[in-house]
Design a binder for this molecule. Sequence first.
Ligand code: LLP
Length: 429
Amino acid sequence: MSITTNAQGHLTIGGVDALALAQEFQTPLYVYDVGAIREQIRAFKRVFEAEPVDYAVSYASKAFATVAMYQVAAQEGAHIDVVSGGELYTALQADFPMQDVAFHGNNKSEAELQLALDHHVGTIIVDNFYELDLLTRLLTATPERTQDILLRVTPGISAHTHAYDQTGQVDSKFGFDLDSGQAEQAAKTSLATPQLNLRGIHAHIGSQIFEVAGFVGATTKLLEILCDWHTRLGFTPAVLNVGGGFGIRYTEADDPLPAEDFVHAIIETAKAAELPFAVPAIWIEPGRSIVGPAGYQLYTVGSRKDVPGLRPYVAVDGGMGDNIRPALYQADYDAVKADAPLAPATEHVHLVGKYCESGDILIDDAPLPATQPGDVVAVLATGAYGYTMASNYNRNPRPAVVFVEGGAAKLVVRRESYADLTVNDLSYL
Ligand code: LLP
């Protein structure tokens, strides 16, 4: 894992001392190295621009969605995908260009679709027949308008990843099935609906994937379908959206390819295919690979439990409420002591949280130097699906989020207060 330190030997994030961040903003704290976010977006763009091929890097904002993050995505010329009215609302608050938004979801409500139409969201990625009907009906209120859509299909490819992170296999809740003819029926219906402008297809095979084979297979399969639709339906695609899912390094045990290699393989597959039409614009939807490695969570060490013959428990001031991934997916992370991140480990501990649940274990087997109450510990590569999956379990306020760049830190989400916890509670008396 790449660790940077300053003259005191302290961990630095974006050029700022992690201990100073903990002091100024308190813990638990989410910290993002904004330069790393920007660099990953740029790295994806460079791969496309070197080819060159038309493209969109559509940041999958479910990985980390805040006004500040949408602002950075816009600055970098990324598109975004949103999956709820709430994400769309947040993007609106950030003045994100709506033309560059793609709206996903397997059960978008009428209100969510209406919100998207009201704000002229660029692309709606239609998932199912119910949505196709609903969208068509909503559009009749504005007969002069058309809406760009993609159809999401399930390519029948199971990615090698955690079962909850697989989405491309046939038995999935997402998208139109191919083999049964549902996807083709959806295409026919779309093409026959004047207010729907079908631009292409989408597939997402899963998340935290380490091999290019799944993406190559999905690209090949999607292009086969598009060729078939070209021949039989007279459809010429403008967009091929292959989703996201590029794996990142959480611990030394992970050995991911550079995320750009996945994109390169996708582009080469598309260019090598014999197509009766020009290679469509290739859209990717990376989430984790853009924000995951750029994120750190800072915690303060509190209590410790030593049981003879057993691994000690070292407890910190956060846990499953701010990072549910270890409990939910058995996800592994590495942690370092912020004042001595390169110090050799002297013991293996269970790094646990403060939640009333035995499963509230952040790192089951964390090699660490000796820690004392008050020490700050940083858990690495926590930028994806941490803040966005946080909860108020045990009525713990959610932590603040700080962006660090060029040696300066800025609060971008304030820490919740106890008053925030009861703001929606109503008295029953
Ligand atoms: N596009 C679509 C349609 C998706 O469903 C997802 C993730 C992505 C893109 C972005 O995938 P990424 O590049 O971030 O892997 N909460 C889980 C991950 C759920 C992913 C859901 N969809 C986790 O923490 O591992």
